[in-house]
Design a protein around this ligand. Structure first.
Ligand code: AMP
Ligand code: ZN
Length: 118
């Protein structure tokens, strides 16, 4: 359920401060500490899963994606446009191994996939 050493589990539990954007029964969303775009929010399941390829129950997976859309609406970027990114393992430079969806927007992005580490 939770990993004692995981920073996003600590954020979900309130042990590390965060700026909350959205919350539901199973999902928490907060401002990225190092924003790459004018809007940069992280959406995480409250339960600990390592990445999007982990065994995530259908209802929690649905809630995660619904929350990403809700965050875009709350931030006013649902019409202008936004991008969802889920870095997974080393080739994609995943640094926090608690699955999270980056909600990115608020400015024109390049075509193709962004390289968040570039
Ligand atoms: P990733 O590289 O896809 O694993 O993304 C991890 C993201 O977590 C990065 O964009 C970091 O800026 C962000 N991050 C790390 N620690 C925190 C924190 N304590 N609060 C908010 N965002 C964080
Ligand atoms: Zn975790």
């Amino acid at each position: 359920m939770h990993d004692a050493d995981c920073i996003f589990c600590k954020i979900v539990k309130g042990e590390i401060p965060s700026t909350k954007v959205y919350e539901s029964d199973s999902v928490y969303a907060f401002e990225d500490a190092n924003p790459m775009m004018p809007v940069h929010v992280l959406v995480v399941p409250k339960n600990h899963y390592r990445n999007i390829a982990d065994s995530i129950p259908d209802d929690e997976m649905a809630a995660l994606m619904q929350a990403a859309g809700a965050v875009a609406k709350l931030k006013g970027i649902d019409e202008s446009g936004f991008r969802l990114v889920t870095n997974t393992n080393d080739d994609a430079c995943q640094t926090v191994h608690h699955v999270h969806v980056h909600v990115l927007g608020g400015a024109q992005m390049n075509e193709g996939n962004p390289s968040l580490k570039a």
